[in-house]
Design a protein around this ligand. Structure first.
Ligand code: OSB
Ligand code: MG
Length: 368
């Protein structure tokens, strides 16, 4: 499809409640929305880089720079055929996966709108609803955490993930396990431990957790291998897996038994599908991670999570868990069996609320 223009929107949206992880506390969420124009259509994509370089090195600032100065000039006026063609064209740009992935998402939306096909269909999804859970940030105390988990369980979520960090790990997790002996429970450290300090996590092995997500450094697959050897509970990698190549390294090393797939982190949906395929062929469970997406990114996550190898619940909660007002007309709701329905319309299957978009836009730029 010949790309006529690329429009960037830097957004800031208030979260319904602060979200705290081992790397910081967010009250508002920032991201970049990308609109590609082609053949009279507009495709939307969400770049999940945040304001601060806490999750990884990218930020809304670095993504803006990479998109404006490097990605846009490679695409403008060009006939980009599909995701593989897009990846080929941007190959010379090292790293900056979150920035690239936002554009690939917009391209899929365009292709789907042109062909009248849903993203789920184009990616090879096999489910109309996907199992989901909720990711709960670090709370004031273990009892506040239990209360929060209780509320989500009452709303119908049947898988809980809690964020942990040194000093807020075993006691918090034990409290949730004690209050809900049968709930599917997992923890996420967002790289807050070293191999040495992670010894404090050994008691987690007795709490019947689904997995322990990214305990060690983001750029370290090797030490995760050493850690996995000490735990019965599967280690799951998030930050460490930035490409299908890294997924292969991790599996070959035995650094994890589960992989969290975020299309953003790996440079695009096509790369997420490649990791899915690699894991599926080896019987390695995968699940869809989240980055507090707007309705645009959430639609993309739901389509990805409809692939057959996504056998664990995704971090894809209902819209009201994140935002009072979203930028899509569609709001995602939790079905009674802890699932969310995958959009079926062309492309992402969502439409933009232009008033909401204008309301949340801090800066915009059209490159044409
Ligand atoms: O590590 O999975 C993570 C949110 C922001 C950055 C990193 C992570 C998260 C989450 C939230 O856990 C998942 C969601 O979108 O609900
Ligand atoms: Mg994570």
């Amino acid at each position: 499809m010949k790309i006529d223009s690329i429009h960037l929107y830097h957004l800031r949206m208030p979260l319904v409640a602060p979200f705290e992880t081992s790397f910081g506390r967010e009250i508002d969420r920032e991201c970049i929305l990308i609109a590609l124009r082609s053949e009279g259509l507009i495709g939307y994509g969400e770049c999940v880089a945040t304001r601060d370089p806490g999750y990884n090195y990218e930020t809304t600032g670095t993504a803006w720079h990479i998109l404006r100065d490097f990605v846009a000039p490679l695409l403008l006026g060009q006939d980009v055929k599909d995701a593989a063609d897009f990846q080929y064209r941007i190959e010379g740009i090292r790293g900056h996966y979150l920035a690239k992935a936002g554009v690939e998402m917009a391209l899929w939306d365009l292709l789907g709108k042109r062909d009248g096909r849903s993203l789920k269909d184009m990616l090879g999804g096999v489910r109309d609803t996907v199992e989901v859970g909720v990711s709960i940030g670090i709370q004031e105390s273990a009892s506040a955490l239990v209360r929060s988990a209780q509320e989500y369980i009452e709303q119908g979520y049947n898988r809980i993930k809690i964020k942990i960090k040194p000093g807020r790990d075993v006691a918090d997790t034990s409290a949730v396990r004690k209050a809900f002996p049968h709930i599917r429970l997992q923890v996420d450290a967002n790289s807050a431990y070293s191999l040495e300090t992670s010894q404090a996590l050994l008691p987690l092995d007795e709490l019947d957790l689904l997995l322990i997500e990214q305990p060690l450094f983001e750029d370290d697959i090797w030490d995760h291998r050493k850690l996995q050897a000490r735990f019965k509970t599967p280690i799951c990698l998030d930050e460490s897996i930035v490409s299908p190549r890294h997924a292969r390294y991790a599996l070959e090393m035995g650094a994890c038994r589960i992989i969290n797939i975020k299309a953003g982190r790996v440079g695009g949906l096509s790369q997420g599908v490649a990791i899915h395929d690699l894991c599926h062929a080896q019987g390695i469970p995968v699940w869809c991670g989240g980055m507090l997406e707007t309705g645009v990114g959430r639609a993309s996550n739901l389509a990805l999570a409809s692939l057959p190898g996504f056998v664990l619940p995704g971090d894809i909660s209902a819209s009201d868990r994140y935002y009072q007002r979203d930028i899509t007309h569609e709001r995602f709701m939790l079905n009674p069996n802890s699932t969310i329905t995958v959009p079926a319309g062309p492309g992402l299957g969502v439409s933009l609320d232009q008033q909401a978009l204008a309301h949340f836009t801090l800066a915009e730029l059209e490159v044409k």
